[in-house]
Ligand binder design. Structure first.
Ligand SMILES: Cc1cc2nc3c(=O)[nH]c(=O)nc-3n(C[C@H](O)[C@H](O)[C@H](O)COP(=O)(O)OP(=O)(O)OC[C@H]3O[C@@H](n4cnc5c(N)ncnc54)[C@H](O)[C@@H]3O)c2cc1C
Length: 307
């Protein structure tokens, strides 16, 4: 229920505006988002690269409602790829299909993905399509398939263990050789498409992870769940997988301790670094994952202190 309410809040432009003007919300935003500008994103990425992590950068934004915004988002990613190559950062990009106009015009979205993939390939960078709510899952998987059919093998996507369909998607994209980021899923989804209990989502995650460790060339495990991290490490060791043949992925500002330990122990870690001004839905999803932060956020939002 709480998750559902938060997911409604994430899409509310009035709340987004309120949050943007509340100085009390800023500390929470700063925890999860590197800053408003490309320079902020690059600065955070440079610091993380210095301690041995690789990066995937997200110019935050989603569900754009006109073509101009989709073009602007693609332009922001082009700038990001150019600057990241200039700075020689070990960085790829994470992009939401609805930010590139998936819900407006599929061919246009496909063309933007193709353009970004070509530019990323020049820098040997990976493009991950973030997975959004279940209504766009099939379209997102198809974008990956179309990219591969057109030779853009550096395009992959996230898959969510919460969804019932995911085991089939995992096999489908593994057969294709596409990069898969396995995550639990950050969206409140109905029972006819998704597991509702944490224990079910975790079990599904582990099953998909085991499949990927057996079958995939380079799986990406996005989780901060220390039990899953430990299970993946164990399973990989049993299968004799080299530590550089898979990676863990974690979000900027979440479980920094675990991030440091993984790098220190010689595991690959890729940190997801979001930046930009359209951070509201991203931050609300982080709150939904960790309700402990929520009371503080709501107090800040409703305190009336807009100074
Ligand atoms: C790199 C990356 C990319 C992702 N991409 C997508 C995507 O494309 N689509 C999608 O739906 N979801 C995505 N997610 C989010 C993911 O689906 C989960 O919602 C999120 O990672 C929380 O699940 P968990 O696996 O960390 O486990 P949990 O059981 O939720 O958390 C384990 C522990 O991690 C810590 N933790 C987790 N989340 C937070 C938080 N927000 N704040 C503070 N501490 C926290 C807590 O200590 C918690 O006990 C991504 C996650 C990562 C790490």
């Amino acid at each position: 229920m709480l998750r559902w309410l938060l997911s409604r809040a994430a899409g509310d432009p009035r709340l987004a505006e309120l949050a943007a003007t509340s100085p009390l919300v800023r500390p929470l935003v700063d925890r999860f988002v590197a800053g408003d500008t490309l320079e902020d994103g690059l600065r955070a990425a440079t610091e993380l690269a210095a301690v041995g992590a690789t990066l995937t950068l997200d110019h935050v934004g989603e569900y754009v409602t006109d073509e101009q915004d989709a073009d602007a988002a693609a332009g922001a990613y082009r700038d990001l790829l150019a600057r990241s190559a200039e700075e020689q950062l070990p960085a790829g990009i994470s992009v939401k299909p609805t930010q590139l106009g998936l819900l407006l015009d599929r061919p246009g979205c496909k063309a933007r993905v193709a353009d970004l993939a070509a530019r990323a390939a020049e820098a040997d960078a990976h493009v991950t399509l973030d997975m959004e709510d279940h209504t766009v899952t099939e379209a997102t998987v198809r974008l990956v398939e179309q990219a591969h059919a057109d030779g853009a093998t550096n395009v992959g996507c996230a898959l969510q263990s919460a969804l019932h369909r995911t085991p089939e998607d995992v096999r489908r994209l593994t057969r294709l050789g596409a990069g898969i980021r396995l995550c639990k899923g950050a969206y409140a989804e109905p029972a006819h498409v998704a597991w509702q209990r944490r224990v079910e989502v975790d079990r599904a995650y582990l099953e998909a992870a085991r499949y990927l460790l057996r079958e995939a060339t380079y799986p990406r495990f996005a989780t901060h769940d220390h039990r899953l991290v430990a299970a993946i490490k164990r399973e990989a060791a049993v299968l004799g997988r080299a530590r550089d043949s898979y990676e863990f992925q974690m979000l900027y500002g979440v479980r920094d301790d675990l991030q440091r330990t993984l790098v220190g122990d010689g595991y690959r870690l890729c940190v997801y670094v979001p930046y930009g001004t359209e951070w509201f839905p991203y931050v609300v999803r982080r709150l939904a994952e960790r309700p402990a932060n929520l009371a503080f956020f709501l107090r800040a939002l409703t305190s009336g202190d807009q100074s």
